[in-house]
Design a protein around this ligand. Structure first.
Ligand SMILES: [Zn+2]
Length: 311
């Protein structure tokens, strides 16, 4: 009897052991995807294109949140503590990621760590400030313009930086990551001539925007950014600044008013009316992290720029 109970207990033990084994196998299967945390949806979408089914991608900032002022959550710290790769915007736009990374206690995701990617690496920065910008000025671009991710060519740079990071942390899927990067690179290069020909008639023409978000994009297509609603990056418009902007626009014949989707339209409407044109709203974020989402955002931006320049 004693033996019988013991054998039953052993069998039960074996059965539950098998269940534990099966469970841990399932957990491992679920964890087989490399966990990537990106700062913003655009970099998350690019990471998804590069990593495909081998990655699980999460973005800290959500679509159409102002990326300069992201309020993070405790759950973001947990995400980062388990992240296998972290993709930062760099160029001073995501200091909130520094605070999160410090709180996460994951040394690999800190600058110089194997799991750290600065997506801006290798991108020539525009609008570097001439003088040291102090915190009190309120200027949110102390390291130059950080909005390179609206430029489809610099998106290829970001994709390459992400691919390098993925190869470091998950060599087992190296072939997939190389193929994902090659596919994204080819897709951008295939689409670029179409975007260029759509905007070719407007080369040298001028637009104003709300913030300096689209400056890399506009430069790429030969369009002149002739001013912003904000007097300085991150400083809200004032009546005095809008007067000065209008005087400049009237003097140099600027009619295009291309406003990034997250901003209020009170001043843009006033400006457009004063120069006899209309406000065109462009995309601020990708609308999903799915395949093709990044290119779809550029499609919308090219279309918005075309509308603004022909109004
Ligand atoms: Zn900015």
């Amino acid at each position: 009897m004693q033996l019988f109970i013991t054998r039953r207990a052993v069998l039960r033990g074996l059965a539950s052991g098998a269940a534990v084994l099966a469970l841990s196998f399932n957990v491992r299967a679920a964890q087989a995807k490399t966990s990537v945390v990106a700062a913003i949806p655009e970099l998350a979408a690019i990471a998804k294109e590069v990593g495909g089914d081998a990655v699980d991608v999460y973005t800290i900032a959500k679509s159409n949140q102002d990326y300069h002022t992201i309020e993070t959550r405790p759950s973001d710290v947990a995400r980062l503590s388990h992240a296998q790769l972290v993709v930062r915007i760099g160029l001073g736009l995501d200091p909130w990621m520094i605070a999160l990374s410090n709180a996460a206690g994951n040394t690999a995701i800190k600058p110089g760590g194997s799991a750290y990617v600065d997506a801006s690496s290798g991108i020539p920065t525009i609008e570097m400030p001439n003088e040291q910008i102090s915190g009190s000025s309120g200027d949110v671009h102390p390291e130059g313009n950080p909005h390179y991710y609206y430029d489809p060519v610099y998106a290829i740079f970001a994709a390459r930086n992400i691919a390098k990071g993925l190869l470091r942390v998950d060599a087992a899927h190296a072939a997939m990551y190389r193929a994902g990067y090659a596919r994204f690179n080819q897709d951008m290069r295939r689409r670029l001539p179409g975007w260029q020909s759509t905007l070719a008639p407007y080369r040298g023409k001028k637009v104003v925007t709300y913030h300096r978000n689209y400056n890399y994009f506009l430069r790429r297509f030969g369009i002149v950014q002739a001013g912003t609603m904000e007097p300085r990056p991150g400083i809200p418009p004032s009546a005095r600044h809008i007067d000065a902007l209008l005087a400049t626009m009237k003097a140099n014949g600027t009619r295009g008013v291309l406003i990034e989707g997250i901003y209020p339209l009170k001043y843009p409407n006033l400006v457009a009316k004063s120069v006899g044109s209309r406000v065109v709203v462009g995309p601020y974020s990708v609308s999903s992290l799915n395949q093709g989402a990044y290119a779809a955002m550029i499609d919308r931006l090219v279309d918005a720029a075309k509308q603004a320049l022909s109004s």
